[in-house]
Design a binder for this molecule. Structure first.
Ligand code: FAD
Length: 401
């Protein structure tokens, strides 16, 4: 078979790209090494509940074009993310807002909250300056930075343990720049995101990807003149004919399919055989439990555990994303993990060292104009879903001009 594009990765980036190319009349083959489409936004229906297999995914954006676009493929509910935090036997609303402050200090007004935070932050700044013997305050680690922004109570109860679990390191050993600011709201508002649009696709994310990939036809969509073939359980490195570390040209698969161009949404360093070094990631481990006899485990979709001693960072109760009322429930505990080769690379570590290495791969990629790199792994960026859609639409526009 002759295809215009080989798209490697049936995640959100690959799916939007493939769809838009098919709209332009192109013939596209999409492969994914996983046995399912949708990448990290994959949801699987179990016990009538759409389980977010790779962590809680809430769609939120202020980009109207992206919102309108994704609404062609999904009906969104009006879910608003309002996580709560558990610290020992205390429970607080997130993000930090008047509900949090009122519970913490038994106060009512924004002025009272601001005064307490200011007083605690000033005490910490004075203490740190005294201990260092300096007049100017400069945070030398994340702990000092957080204390100077929020004071002792918020830091100890809601920031310290959670951050240490996330990064696998003591806050005193983490750089200050990780926390540039600690967003606080002095209104009673538990909506985690500030974006204009927010929700969860009714029926789960996998169905959205299936529509984009034309696996599930949606008659309300405009006519698509091209075509998309999807093959799962196919690893690119077993599929494409190679010459050294890169695909042989013209691009051909081991079974004789040929391709004009390639869009690659896997890891860019792996693509080049780690030729100039390995990019670093943080990983996660998920532990999912089906509880057929429990109807409502925690009363909220997302509960964060902020103390260091609890090994997981949060528990997700999936049914609450879609206001599920049925019998039984499913929960997932999320454990941050170090990443090593072979683990799932969830979060790019966008520090200076890794970003510099990524720039070198970008330079290398310029030698292969018929190979495009997209998405979270191909562009080594912590993209939210809306940013992935924006980036894929922009890429299609750019190469079509
Ligand atoms: P992926 O979904 O990773 O797709 C890449 C695909 O390429 C994968 O399916 C992979 O199997 C395939 N692939 C890789 N290598 C090969 C190969 N060699 N051969 C064949 N196939 C290959 N965003 C939000 O907007 N809201 C949220 O609430 C949110 N929560 C998140 C929670 C977690 C825990 C994580 C990790 C991310 C979250 N995100 C969230 C971000 C969101 O998951 C990403 O923006 C999105 O999934 C990225 O899509 P992608 O196509 O770039 O990557």
């Amino acid at each position: 078979m002759k295809y215009d594009y080989l798209v490697v990765g049936a995640g959100l980036f690959g799916a939007v790209f493939a769809h838009e190319m098919a709209v332009k009349g192109k013939k596209v083959l999409v492969i994914d090494k996983r046995d399912n489409v949708a990448g990290n936004i994959y949801t699987e229906n179990k016990m009538g509940i759409n389980v977010h297999q790779y962590g809680a995914h809430i769609f939120h954006t202020s980009d109207k074009e992206v919102w309108d676009y994704i609404n062609e493929f999904a009906d969104f509910n009006n879910y608003i993310n309002s996580p709560v935090a558990v610290y020992k036997d205390e429970l607080y609303n997130l993000p930090f807002n008047m509900n949090t402050f009122s519970k913490m200090w038994n106060i009512k007004t924004p002025d009272e909250a601001k005064a307490i935070i200011q007083k605690q932050a000033d005490e910490e700044i004075d203490r740190i300056k005294r201990e260092k013997g300096t007049d100017e305050f400069e945070a030398s680690n994340l702990e000092e930075q957080a204390l100077s922004l929020a004071g002792r109570d918020i830091y100890e109860k809601l920031v310290k343990g959670y951050t240490e679990k996330q990064w696998g390191r003591d806050c005193k050993e983490l750089p200050a720049f990780i926390i540039k600011r600690l967003p606080m709201r002095f209104i009673y508002d538990n909506n985690y995101f500030n974006d204009r649009y927010q929700g969860i696709p009714i029926g789960g994310y996998t169905a959205v990807i299936e529509k984009l990939l034309l696996i599930e036809r949606n008659d309300s969509l405009p006519f698509v003149s091209g075509s998309i073939t999807v093959k799962t359980g196919v690893d690119y490195y077993d599929f494409i004919k190679m010459e050294g570390n890169v695909p042989a040209q013209p691009f051909e698969s081991v079974n004789g399919d040929s391709f004009e161009k390639i869009l690659f949404t896997g890891m860019i360093d792996e693509f080049f055989g780690y030729k100039i070094g390995t990019l670093e990631y943080r990983s996660l481990r998920f532990e999912t439990e089906e509880l057929p006899d429990v109807d409502n485990y925690q009363g909220n979709a997302v509960v964060n555990y902020t103390e260091r001693e609890v090994p997981y960072t949060r528990i997700i109760e999936h049914k609450h994303f879609e206001y599920g009322q049925g019998k039984g429930t499913i929960i997932t505990r999320e454990y941050p993990a170090n990443w090593k080769h072979g683990d799932e690379p969830y979060y790019p570590m966008n520090d200076q060292k890794n970003n510099d290495l990524y720039s070198k791969y970008v330079e290398l990629a310029k030698e292969y104009p018929d190979i495009l790199f997209g998405g979270r792994l191909g562009q080594y960026k912590y993209y939210n879903m809306d940013q992935v859609i924006r980036a894929a639409l922009d890429m299609v526009k750019e190469i079509s001009e």
